[in-house]
Design a protein around this ligand. Structure first.
Ligand code: AGP
Length: 620
């Protein structure tokens, strides 16, 4: 995934574009580049390998200025992360310049055709081919930039979000979308293009998202939107209510830590207005899935990636226990390749923080082709997934910038809990007394998360003992198994320590062989008193703790406050407040997020922008 920005107006464009790229660096940081055009219609490019600060240094050493331009921060797909391959890319004439987020799947055949016509290429990228193709149409058919772009996108196969300028048509930026997001910011005598909202928020709250197969033609005075066939489109304008500070670090050392601390609010905002504490009744946002549809579905399929897949696994327990509907959970990247058996009375739930994950979009489209209704749980209104799903439960976690997902994960589980409660109610599986209790448990969660955050220092102390280890094992049983997986993923993706999440009950079938005095084993063993299933699970997992202890393993146990059994066997105890069993993961994951954060900081890792990763994977 990459980040694109563009500005046309009367201000100095360079600082605006650099600031915009800084707010998009979470999308990819292998290289960065900028192209600006000055009043004399002279085009200047600066590009640099690595982080944005390298581009800033290149500009400091060789300044440039202009009042319109485009910029790019890259997560390399085609072509190594070198300066040569850094965007922006130009056509043969050097007049047409393109920045691109996505993949052009047929770029090689297009490149061969252009080479046959005498074009020479400087880079290995697919994006350079697009610039050449636009330039080819402009020069050989005497087309305007807009016309040349239309002819070009008609020949592209793949996904692409692009900004395009040409020195032949000053003060004009063309933005194009087929897949990854493009947000247009509507200023006063100025317009912005960006891959996401944060770069625009500092200038205007009035935006619209380009739709799929749409393009916007921006000048200082106007913005015009059409589809690829030149039919005029009236975009749906939105006013973003985010506080711009929300999209900044707010005094925290890293976005990830800020977002861990935003979880009480993310949970509160996701619950807000969706459940009555008096009756326990849940209200979903209006959608194209009726109550009758929900009553008649035969099964639920869940498809997601990474952390969102872990939320889906937790959601399985919630939906099966509260609504008594069978649930299957798939990695979205596997879903359509297993040729799933789908019927019209199956409901697909897709879970995605960004709403732009290519694998998850593909899974959604697979299910829609089979006639299934699709419900999205997503954090970005207007993203591709929310636009194509039949219904959406938005997680109101606010912008999540850190590559490692934290507040979106807990908000996703809250959304799944609300959905499970709703489904149980409409299918008469839950009486009012039980619904009120479950709603009350939900209402108490934010304060319990804050209680855990107040203990962060003890987790930092714990990280001192483990930041040099090479391996970690995380264990959990039942609904604590997804927590073990998530704790392991958090650690490996930001500290680069190998960590594995495993079902506790499976240890005796092989992984027990790993246990020795050097291996830290995190075991999530919470329980809800009086809940028979929870207590049985707790006893079985306690046996795992004893087995690990008997082999001199190092046990970090996540336990419910007041635990007197597993606490005696653990080397280290992390206590969490008691809550209803199905909400336990929302609490038990918090200390694991903090543990991974503090270990990664002690290892000097780039917590917000871990190597080889990007915030949202918009390519398969
Ligand atoms: C989680 O910390 C990772 N950043 C990654 O696994 C992420 O959850 C996954 O790529 C799915 O992204 P999405 O929720 O935006 O679809």
């Amino acid at each position: 995934m990459c980040g694109i920005v563009g500005y046309v107006g009367n201000k100095q464009v360079v600082p605006l574009i650099i600031d915009g790229l800084r707010k998009l660096e979470y999308r990819g940081y292998d290289s960065a580049g900028i192209a600006v055009v000055d009043d004399a219609h002279h085009l200047e490019l600066r590009r640099a390998e690595g982080k944005l600060r390298n581009l800033e240094e290149a500009i400091r050493l060789n300044p440039l200025d202009g009042n319109y331009g485009i910029g790019h921060t890259r997560w390399a797909t085609h072509g190594r992360p070198t300066e040569e391959n850094a965007h922006p890319h130009r056509d043969q004439s050097g007049k047409v310049v393109v920045v691109h987020n996505g993949i052009i799947e047929n770029y090689l055949s297009l490149k061969e055709g252009l080479i046959a016509e005498g074009h020479e290429f400087r880079t290995e990228t697919d994006t350079e081919v697009v610039a050449h193709l636009i330039g080819h149409y402009k020069d050989t058919e005497d087309l305007t930039l807009e016309q040349a772009v239309r002819k070009t996108v008609a020949r592209l196969r793949g996904i692409f979000a692009m900004s395009i300028i040409s020195t032949d048509e000053p003060d004009t930026i063309i933005a194009v979308r087929e897949g990854p997001p493009v947000v247009i910011g509507l200023g006063d005598g100025e317009f912005f293009v960006a891959s996401d909202i944060p770069p625009i928020l500092a200038h205007t709250r009035d935006v619209f998202f380009l739709g799929d197969k749409e393009m916007a033609i921006l000048t200082k005075d106007s913005v015009r939107v059409t589809d690829f066939e030149a039919n005029v489109v009236e975009p749906e304008q939105q006013r973003i209510t985010w506080d711009p500070i929300q999209a900044e670090k707010g005094g925290f050392k890293h976005f990830m830590l800020k977002e861990i601390y935003e979880q009480p609010r993310a949970v509160r905002d996701t619950v807000q207005g969706r459940v009555s504490l008096d009756t326990g009744k849940v209200y979903l946002d209006p959608m194209d899935i009726s109550e009758q549809d929900f009553k008649s579905i035969r099964s639920v399929k869940i498809a997601a990636c990474g952390t969102s897949w872990h939320a889906g696994l937790a959601g399985k327990y919630m939906i099966e226990q509260l609504a008594r509907v069978p649930v299957d959970v798939d990695y979205a990247s596997e879903f359509r390749y297993r040729d799933p058996v789908l019927n019209e009375d199956d409901l697909l739930v897709v879970i995605s923080q960004s709403g732009e994950t290519a694998d998850t979009i593909a899974a959604m489209r697979e299910a829609k082709q089979a006639g299934c209704k699709v419900l999205a749980i997503c954090n970005v209104h207007g993203s591709m997934i929310t636009r194509e799903a039949d219904g959406t439960i938005l997680t109101h976690a606010g912008p999540e910038i850190g590559v490692a997902s934290t507040k979106a994960f807990t908000a996703q589980m809250i959304a799944l809990y609300l959905f499970a409660l709703y489904l149980g109610e409409v299918r008469d599986q839950i009486d009012e007394a039980k619904a009120k209790k479950l709603a009350q448990d939900l209402a108490e969660l934010p304060l319990k998360i804050e209680q855990l955050l107040n203990e962060a220092e003890s987790i930092d102390d714990l990280s001192k003992e483990f930041f040099r280890v090479q391996d970690f094992l995380y264990l959990g049983r039942g609904i604590n198994f997804p927590v073990a997986l998530e704790g392991a993923l958090k650690l490996k993706e930001i500290s680069y320590i190998h960590a594995e999440g495993y079902p506790a009950g499976e240890m005796k079938h092989g992984p027990n062989a790993l246990i020795d005095e050097k291996l830290p084993v995190v075991i999530v063993n919470t329980k809800e008193k009086g809940n028979e299933g929870s207590e049985l699970r707790y006893e079985k997992t306690h046996s795992n703790i004893v087995e690990v202890k008997a082999r001199d393993g190092i046990i970090i146990a996540v336990l419910t406050e007041g635990d007197t059994m597993s606490a005696t066997a653990a080397s280290h105890i992390i206590e969490i407040p008691e809550t209803s069993d199905l909400l336990g993961p929302v609490l038990s994951v918090v200390p694991l997020q903090l543990l991974s954060y503090y270990i990664a900081v002690r290892r000097g890792c780039d917590v917000d922008q871990p190597r080889n990763l990007a915030k949202s994977v918009t390519v398969e």
